[in-house]
Design a protein around this ligand. Structure first.
Ligand SMILES: Cc1cc2nc3c(=O)[nH]c(=O)nc-3n(C[C@H](O)[C@H](O)[C@H](O)COP(=O)(O)OP(=O)(O)OC[C@H]3O[C@@H](n4cnc5c(N)ncnc54)[C@H](O)[C@@H]3O)c2cc1C
Length: 417
């Protein structure tokens, strides 16, 4: 009988694992069972919200590719537990599926505090279903609050601005986009969003949320009362691994995997947002909840599951955020407290660059600027470029020499935070 590969999750990790298994073992029995209706691309949902992409375009090519590979897709199969001894997964629809090799690629979900659950007009936009409902409701409303100014909150703030909505951002840290930018750079993005008409509230948190007819009232810790039609919760994410409780698969707010993406059970692998994987150029392991990491994890897991031994070199955490016509990005350990930090800001206050250097190697960067430059900096951090002299290093970056003459050098001190 053909070996049975069962994959939980039809996101980037699950799909790439299925493709890798089929590449090595075309005749194998590969099934993807997943909780939602379609195998869609999660990061494209903001484009669907603004109608740049249709709903069907979010999943059509994925589902066609999997069908061509003869991978069986089972939507609306939400795993609720695993019996490792019997090699069986139980699902919320009361069905059971068995496996020879299992991949857990169940991704993550928005964090929603218990006291926020069930509040009308308070939504998280992590899933296509929620985005679709939100989109259908948008025509009749104008004022929206985004709680949390991380990557996801800012993407949706930008989408709502494009739709002509009135947006308030509430951030508990003293500055916005704190997971990607230092305060110096964050100020540039804040000014930009304010000029676009966004009400940006920082250093304040949500104290209470009360629904009232077709509206929602938010009271902040500093005593502000904000009344909007809808609020979007974007305060962080957590891996979808509750169903592993009691299974014996080793977890700690994520699933532990080795360099082959294998868990502590030889027949079970994990990948993507749910997996605590190897970090590049380090002994550390971490969850890097980004698309490219899910793709790499999935492929490596798939090859290993199919019997081809591949070691994962580790992921580089990076985020690229486009707000209107201003782009910002962060790569690697841009906020390493023990590294030397070098920062520049352009005199027109539209561009910013931070290099984080440790043992004469570039280990991280944050940048506000044009796309080409962002791509180049990513490559330099990926290679952990050796830097002996920062000023000659910067002068020698192609395309940087002239622009950098206009940059104000902010600091060359070794920050200790
Ligand atoms: C709005 C938005 C924009 C983003 N933009 C970017 C970006 O620009 N760049 C970037 O790098 N990253 C971006 N991301 C993050 C990126 O989408 C994720 O890192 C990536 O999707 C993770 O892939 P994954 O396969 O691990 O999980 P997912 O893509 O989340 O897929 C998880 C799968 O598991 C299924 N599932 C969940 N629970 C269960 C269960 N119990 N049983 C069975 N199946 C289950 C789900 O139905 C789904 O099919 C964005 C995310 C969002 C929400």
């Amino acid at each position: 009988m053909a070996e049975k590969f069962l994959i939980l999750g039809a996101g980037a990790a699950g799909i790439n694992a299925a493709a890798a298994i089929k590449e090595i073992k075309p005749d194998s029995d590969v099934t993807i069972a997943f909780a939602e209706d379609h195998a869609y691309s999660r990061m494209a949902t903001p484009y669907y919200l603004t109608s740049v992409a249709s709903k069907i375009s979010l999943y059509q090519s994925n589902e066609k590719k999997l069908s061509n590979l003869d991978v069986l897709l089972m939507p609306n199969y939400k795993a609720i537990s695993i019996d490792r001894r019997k090699k069986v997964v139980m699902f919320a629809n009361r069905k059971l599926l068995n496996y020879d090799k299992l991949l857990i690629a169940t991704g993550s979900s928005s964090i929603l505090p218990d006291s926020w659950k069930g509040i009308d007009n308070l939504v998280s936009l992590w899933d296509l279903k929620n985005v679709e409902k939100f989109k259908n409701d948008l025509a009749d409303i104008n004022k929206i609050a985004i709680i949390g100014s991380g990557f996801i909150g800012m993407i949706f703030a930008d989408s709502l601005l494009k739709l002509g909505k009135s947006v308030t951002i509430i951030e508990k840290m003293p500055y916005i986009i704190p997971g990607m930018l230092p305060i110096t750079a964050s100020q540039i993005m804040k000014n930009y969003m304010q000029k676009k008409g966004v009400d940006v509230i920082v250093d304040d948190s949500v104290d209470s949320i009360e629904p009232s007819e077709h509206k929602i009232k938010i009271k902040t810790a500093s005593g502000k009362n904000i009344v909007v039609n809808k609020a979007v919760a974007a305060i962080g994410i957590k891996p979808n691994i509750d169903f592993l409780e009691g299974s014996g698969v080793k977890t700690d707010n994520g699933i532990f995997v080795d360099e082959n993406m294998r868990t502590n059970d030889d027949s079970i692998y994990a990948a993507g947002d749910a997996a605590i994987g190897q970090v590049v150029y380090s002994q550390k392991r971490a969850i890097h909840p980004i698309w490219p990491t899910a793709v790499d994890h999935g492929s490596i897991a798939g090859y290993n599951m199919a019997g081809i031994i591949r070691k994962y070199r580790g992921s580089l955490l990076y985020n690229i955020l486009v707000l209107g016509n201003l782009q910002c990005a962060s790569f690697g350990n841009w906020n390493d407290p023990d590294a030397k930090i070098f920062e520049w800001r352009s005199s027109d206050n539209r561009q910013f660059l931070r290099f984080t250097v440790r043992s004469n190697r570039l280990v991280g960067a944050s940048i506000i600027g044009n796309h080409d430059r962002i791509g180049m900096i990513k490559g330099m951090v990926e290679q952990a470029m050796a830097i002996d002299d920062i000023s000659s290093f910067v002068k020698n970056i192609p395309d940087f020499t002239i622009p950098f003459m206009n940059y104000n050098y902010l600091t060359n001190s070794a920050y200790q935070s």
